[in-house]
Design a protein around this ligand. Structure first.
Ligand SMILES: Cc1cc2nc3c(=O)[nH]c(=O)nc-3n(C[C@H](O)[C@H](O)[C@H](O)COP(=O)(O)OP(=O)(O)OC[C@H]3O[C@@H](n4cnc5c(N)ncnc54)[C@H](O)[C@@H]3O)c2cc1C
Length: 389
């Protein structure tokens, strides 16, 4: 078993780390100022300049196949890069990628949706959740009914990331109510100018999702993504394949914050000593590092399974549950170590705190991950005592 990175992988990691430290972290005060004034964290031009800079360094389409101009670094390297990117809360992501579900498109769909998304000319969103169906995604009610060469979609989606900015949506609708999620849900590519409307939803975090309303939205037959009736499987496959990216980011965020707590503990004096000398503080630091390390390796294991083409669903659920809980425990301890200062808006801890809370909710709540893990074991889909199988 070899946990080491190749010289090339180490070089990529170090280059990304230097880019984050040199180019992105200095923007953090500006992001806090912008957001606290009620606006976006950064001007879109600043973000696109950064993206261009990254592109010149070769960081473009990290996990995008080479035939689409990407770097195709693979899941393990993508996870390592996400860990580095998670060290900052600046809302920056490398360009040149698209939701992996779009690779299921026909050549024509790839030309109209996938490639422009990779190029940054189009913006997508992924809409399965509804007001009455979140964890219970099998129970969606949005309907699509065939009418001539079109499908007519009616229904409402909620909490859709990027839904207010997207110019097309991958929307999941029931096309056969008797079959439901077992062969009766289809994914459609619906352009905004086909008539769906969006409304932002204010949240405790910075990236507001949106609700989407479909009222007699006509979508041509050729805009079905994947097979008719197979949309639910496609959605689950998409979510399952990228799930390790959530705990990966969480690891980076937690490491950065823990470093802040270590630095602060050494200089904050109480009762004649730096607080770092008190066991209560040391245990918070030690427990945090243990949990971060555990999350790091569970995440890399899940990413490695995806890279090997193995079934990664069980490992990804374990990594996602662990990483989401870990990040919330660590940010809480880091805030505690900073005392009253941790609670203020002078420091960014409260912002991390709000942002990281989402990790326990989206892409499968803690409870749903536990349910999946337990069911896999109870039904024999996963076994105890396995290593690398
Ligand atoms: C900021 C944000 C962005 C999002 N982005 C997207 C997006 O881009 N696209 C998209 O489609 N969705 C998106 N979502 C939706 C997200 O995936 C759902 O919020 C999530 O799946 C939970 O569904 P829910 O909110 O309806 O909660 P519910 O399903 O109503 O759950 C409420 C509570 O009950 C628990 N619960 C539910 N069922 C069970 C059960 N069987 N056993 C035990 N406990 C259970 C849950 O864990 C939770 O604690 C986003 C959500 C947020 C907040």
């Amino acid at each position: 078993m070899d946990f080491s990175l190749s010289p090339e992988e180490l070089q990529i990691r170090d280059t990304i780390r230097a880019f984050v430290e040199r180019e992105i972290m200095p923007l953090e005060p500006e992001v806090l100022r912008g957001e606290r004034a009620g606006g976006p964290g950064l001007d879109p031009e600043v973000l696109s300049d950064l993206r261009l800079k990254a592109k010149k360094m070769g960081f473009w389409g990290i996990n995008t196949p080479e035939e689409y101009g990407g770097a195709a670094l693979g899941p393990v390297m993508s996870a390592i890069i996400a860990m580095e990117m998670g060290r900052t809360f600046v809302p920056f992501s490398f360009g040149g990628s698209a939701d992996n579900i779009l690779y299921a498109g026909t050549e024509e769909q790839k030309r109209r949706y996938l490639i422009p998304t990779i190029e940054g000319e189009r913006r997508s969103c992924f809409a399965i959740t509804e007001p009455g169906a979140g964890s219970d995604a099998r129970n969606i009610r949005t309907r699509a009914v065939k009418d001539g060469g079109d499908w007519v979609i009616n229904g409402e989606k909620t909490f859709i990331t990027g839904g207010n900015e997207a110019d097309f949506v991958m929307v999941f609708a029931v096309t056969d109510a008797d079959k439901g999620a077992n062969g009766g849900v289809t994914c459609f590519l619906a352009d905004r100018d086909m008539g769906w409307k969006s409304e932002p939803i204010p949240t405790m975090g910075q990236w507001g999702p949106a609700s989407l309303v479909f009222e007699d939205v006509r979508v041509p037959e050729e805009n079905i993504l994947g097979e008719l009736g197979r949309g639910f499987d496609l959605a689950m496959q998409w979510i399952g394949q990228g799930r390790y990216m959530i705990p990966a980011r969480a690891v980076g965020s937690a490491e950065r914050m823990l470093q802040m707590a270590i630095d602060y503990a050494k200089i904050r004096m109480s009762m004649g000593k730096p607080i770092a000398e008190y066991q209560a503080i040391q245990w918070m630091i030690a427990d945090s590092q243990v949990e971060i390390e555990a999350a790091k390796w569970l995440t890399l294991h899940a990413a490695w399974r995806v890279q090997q083409g193995m079934d990664a669903r069980h490992a990804s659920s374990i990594a996602k549950l662990n990483g989401a809980v870990m990040a919330n425990q660590v940010v809480d301890r880091v805030l505690q170590i900073h005392g009253g200062m941790g609670y203020t808006k002078e420091l960014p801890i409260e912002r991390w705190y709000r942002e990281l809370r989402l990790l326990r909710i989206f892409e499968g709540t803690d409870e749903i991950q536990r349910r999946t893990i337990a069911r896999n074991l109870l039904r024999g889909h996963a076994r105890l005592g396995t290593i690398g199988e």
